[in-house]
Every structure is written in structure tokens, then in C-alpha cells.
Design a protein around this ligand. Structure first.
Ligand code: 4AD
Ligand code: MG
Length: 471
């Protein structure tokens, strides 16, 4: 069986005949002398055109006519023994010619009369109401193929940099970020008994970082790619309740600059590799609100130029946002030092002020999680967020506090670890502790940034979000 991807991948000698191709019908057109059937098989964005000579006038062909008229968008079909013809100058390099459709085409699975994915524009909000079918559309199908490609490139990057991939657990007793956005897990039978299945409250993880630090202490460099869960109150096009986070943690690093350089190199590597197959992934027709192809290319090219990347401290970001300048569009609300940046501020900084990816470093410690290393100024921590145009924050990372006394003090100051749930984490600082750091990248935000889709709900096959339905 040939896949369309393998067929389109053949560079020099095309076979003159193909014996077996399977796919789904995208559209059927019956003209006076010819019928065109476009199929896709999901291995590649491209479709394949099947050309059937068809004399609609001739009564000889009535059986053929009845057969061709029974073909519908959405049906799955198998094609055997078709002639492959090169089509110079057309969009597709070749098409299939079929002379005996009844013999050469067989319908594998029919579709209902109400099959909704007809050959016309469907908006993304509408497609989101079709979770069982939407992935068959060019834009959404391609988006997930792109995500898959990106994951392969990501894995290669880490392999090239001597990282070991490891998978910490999803069920956990600790709240890594300390933000209380936890989903609690209860075992049904135990709820009635008023007991905890694991003997203590258990949650779905918000981040694998704490356990990844254990593994980094064994491998020097460790990374993971895993679902994370947050009971977010924010219900925006950038928030999911279940999302995937790529996390990396490595030892013997002391300097935020080393982390941000690594993140830039990683993003550039993945972008460059994924960029190679631009036309295989980015359809000609882009849905409403999503980035048009030319702007997407611009975004990618910007990313690949080192000069487009910016780094400022949080304190500098506040100074910029505080300017009573007409260009700063927040007349009513400008953050003062010590306050978190709001997503509008973050977006504006990277999108309008710097017009490129922007690292903001050294936030006040109370804006950030407990594990970050305190800077010598005693007020800020050695951390960074990466802000990008169109999305806002896609990466967060820091140097970790590796000193047992300082970390214990911070944990107590925040009234964490009341039941000793962080004892294991603190104990790491007593056994061959080393300076180390790492970061987490939201996969759906990253994919959406590189693909240009407007809502990260489309960058995951089945989204779970505050206002989403559970099916
Ligand atoms: O900034 P966050 O909360 O950082 C951490 O969890 C660290 N423990 C990671 C680490 O250092 N190992 O989350 C990291 C990234 C964010 O920058 C964002 O891209 C993504 O995870 N993220 C979300 N993506 C989609 N929906 C949500 N609700 C998200 N929350 C965070
Ligand atoms: Mg963050």
C-alpha cells in the first residue's frame, strides 16, 4: 500500500502504475467528459487527484455514471491499478488516471447524508463542535502533523545535547508552583470511606520539575515531555486545563544567561528543522484570525535571526511600562515594581515594543515560585520568562535554590511543607547538591506560535479547558 506521503516523497523516478492507494474523498466533481475525485490519506497535507474519463451523454456508461454519482465527500475508498501521470505546471506534480472506475475504485466505508465536512469554508469555532471529525480538515489535520514533527525535532535537539529523556509521575502529592491550581484525584471507593487511596491527598501534577531535579542529579541533564494539569480560572485562548509541558533541568549551571541562550538555541533549532517542510504543513487557505502564510514566514525568519531576540530585566520592563509615553497603551493600568505583569503587558512588550521574542529576567521573588534562587540583591530571583508576539509567555525557567538552609527558610516563609510533603525535595540539597536550573515550555503555546493558529485549543487533539466540554 502506498501512502500519499511516500508517493509525493519520490524524487526521481515516479512509478507509472500504482497498485494500491487508500484514502478519504475530499471532493468529487462530475463534468461533461471527466470526473475529478480528490482524496487525502492524512499522511501529508497534499491531496491526490483522480481523473476518470466519463461520458455523461453516453448510455453505455450509465452504470459508471451511477457508480460515480454514489461517491461522496468523506467516504473511505481503495484504488487499485491506476496510471500515474505527471502534470507539468500544475499545483500537484501528478495525478492518477483511471479508466474502469467500477473495477479500480472500491468504497470501504460510506458516510451519512449529514456528513458535515463538505468542501467549503468551516470556521474553527464550528469545527471545535465536531471533535470526532475535525482532524480530517486540512488546517487542523496539518496542525497536529506539525506538532508531531516538532516533537521529533525537539527530541533530536535534546539528544544532540546529551540530555536523557525521563518521565516523572503525573500523580503527585506536591504543588510544584504553589499556586493552588491543582486537580485533586480521589479513588471512588475511598471517598465513601473518607480515606485517601495513597494515604494522603493526591493531585494531578502541574509541573514535573521537582521530580525532574532528582533525575538531573543522576543524569546531569534530563528532559521530559508530559501532560500537566491546571485548574485554571483563566479561560482564554492561551489556557488549557490539560496541556503538555516540555521541561528540561540540568546541573552545574549558575547563570540565567546560560538558560536563556539554551532556550533560544533550542527554539531556533526546532524552527529551522520544521521550516524545511513549510509547504508540507501550512495550507494555502488560512482560517479567520490565524496568521496568514506571509506573516508566518516572517515570524519564522525573525526567530532565526539572533538580533531579533531581546533580554530585559523585570525592573527594566516596569520602567518601560511606566513611561507616560503615548506609545504605551495602558493609560489606566501600569504595573508598579513588585506587581506581576499582566498578559496584556507581556504581549505588548514582545509584540509592539520589541517586535520579537523577549526574555524578561529577575522578577521580584514574591511574583515567582518558592524554588527559585535569590539574587544577591535579596529581592529578585534568578529567573526568566520568554514572551513572544501573538501569544505572550511560552517558557518559564530559573536557577534553582541549591542551598538547604536558604531553601528551607523560603519554604517556611511561604508556610509550605506543613506536613513534610517537600522533605524529599529539600533533602536533595544535602546529598551532593550542585547549582542547577531549568525551564518549562508549554507545548501547545509553542506549536501555536510556530503554526500561527489563533487558539491553543486547536494545537491539542482533544482540548480540556475551563469552558470546554468533557467527552
Ligand atoms: O511558567 P510555568 O508555570 O512554569 C513551571 O511550571 C515550571 N515549574 C517549569 C520549569 O521550570 N520546569 O509553566 C511553564 C509553561 C508556561 O510558560 C506556559 O507556556 C505553559 O507552561 N503553561 C500553560 N500552557 C497552556 N495552558 C496552561 N494553563 C498553562 N500553564 C502554563
Ligand atoms: Mg510562568
Amino acid at each position: 500500500v502506498n501512502s500519499l506521503k511516500s508517493l509525493y516523497g519520490q524524487v526521481d523516478s515516479l512509478p507509472s502504475k500504482v497498485s494500491n492507494i487508500n484514502g478519504w474523498i475530499k471532493s468529487v466533481r462530475l463534468l461533461k467528459k471527466v470526473a475529478f475525485i480528490d482524496i487525502q490519506d492524512g499522511t501529508i497535507l497534499k491531496e491526490l487527484k483522480i481523473v476518470v474519463p466519463f461520458d455523461s451523454q453516453s448510455n453505455l456508461s450509465s452504470e459508471v455514471a451511477t457508480f460515480l454519482k454514489s461517491l461522496r465527500t468523506g467516504q473511505s475508498i481503495a484504488i487499485k491499478d491506476a496510471k500515474l501521470v505527471e502534470t507539468e505546471g500544475r499545483e500537484q506534480r501528478f495525478e492518477l488516471n483511471i479508466t474502469d472506475p467500477i473495477d479500480n475504485i472500491s468504497i470501504i466505508g460510506n458516510v451519512s447524508e449529514s456528513y458535515p465536512l463538505q468542501k467549503k469554508y468551516h470556521s474553527l469555532p464550528y469545527l471545535r463542535t465536531l471533535p470526532t471529525l475535525k482532524h480530517r480538515t486540512s488546517y487542523l489535520g496539518s496542525l497536529l502533523r506539525f506538532r508531531s514533527e516538532l516533537e521529533y525535532n525537539m527530541a533530536t535537539f535534546f539528544k544532540l545535547n546529551q540530555f536523557t529523556k525521563a518521565s516523572p509521575p503525573i500523580l503527585t502529592g506536591s504543588d510544584c508552583e504553589g499556586a493552588g491550581e491543582l486537580f485533586r484525584v480521589e479513588a471512588n471507593g475511598y471517598v465513601e470511606k473518607k480515606q485517601h487511596y495513597f494515604g494522603k491527598p493526591t493531585y494531578l501534577t502541574v509541573s514535573l520539575q521537582l521530580q525532574l531535579e532528582i533525575l538531573a542529579m543522576a543524569f546531569s541533564r534530563a528532559w521530559s515531555l508530559s501532560p500537566c494539569f491546571r485548574a485554571e480560572e483563566s479561560d482564554t485562548n492561551r489556557h488549557l486545563s490539560e496541556f503538555w509541558m516540555m521541561e528540561a533541568e540540568w546541573c552545574f549551571t549558575k547563570d540565567t544567561k546560560e538558560l536563556t541562550t539554551f532556550v533560544k538555541d533550542m527554539i531556533q533549532y526546532i524552527t529551522r528543522e520544521s521550516y524545511k517542510n513549510f509547504d508540507d504543513f501550512i495550507p494555502k487557505n488560512i482560517p479567520e484570525n490565524c496568521l496568514p502564510r506571509n506573516e508566518l514566514l516572517e515570524r519564522w525568519e525573525t526567530l532565526l535571526r539572533d538580533e531579533s531576540w531581546n533580554t530585559i530585566t523585570y525592573t527594566e520592563a516596569i520602567e518601560i511600562l511606566q513611561k507616560r509615553d503615548k506609545e504605551v497603551p495602558f493609560p489606566n493600568y501600569r504595573p508598579i515594581w513588585g506587581e506581576a505583569l499582566q498578559s496584556e503587558h507581556e504581549r505588548w512588550l514582545s509584540e509592539s515594543y520589541f517586535k520579537g521574542p523577549t526574555f524578561v529576567t529577575d522578577y521580584p521573588r514574591d511574583c515567582k515560585a518558592f524554588y527559585m534562587k535569590l539574587n544577591p540583591d535579596g529581592q529578585t530571583v534568578a529567573c526568566f520568562d520568554l514572551l513572544v508576539p501573538g501569544i505572550g509567555e511560552i517558557v518559564g525557567g530559573s536557577i534553582r535554590e541549591d542551598n538547604f538552609e536558604l531553601l528551607s527558610k523560603e519554604v517556611s516563609r511561604r508556610q509550605m511543607n506543613k506536613n513534610g510533603e517537600l522533605d524529599w525535595y529539600l533533602s536533595l540539597r544535602k546529598e551532593g547538591s550542585v547549582p542547577h536550573g531549568g525551564f518549562g515550555l508549554g507545548l501547545e503555546r509553542f506549536v501555536s506560535y510556530l503554526y500561527g493558529n489563533h487558539n491553543i485549543r486547536d494545537a491539542i487533539p482533544f482540548y480540556r479547558a475551563a469552558s470546554g466540554n468533557i467527552d
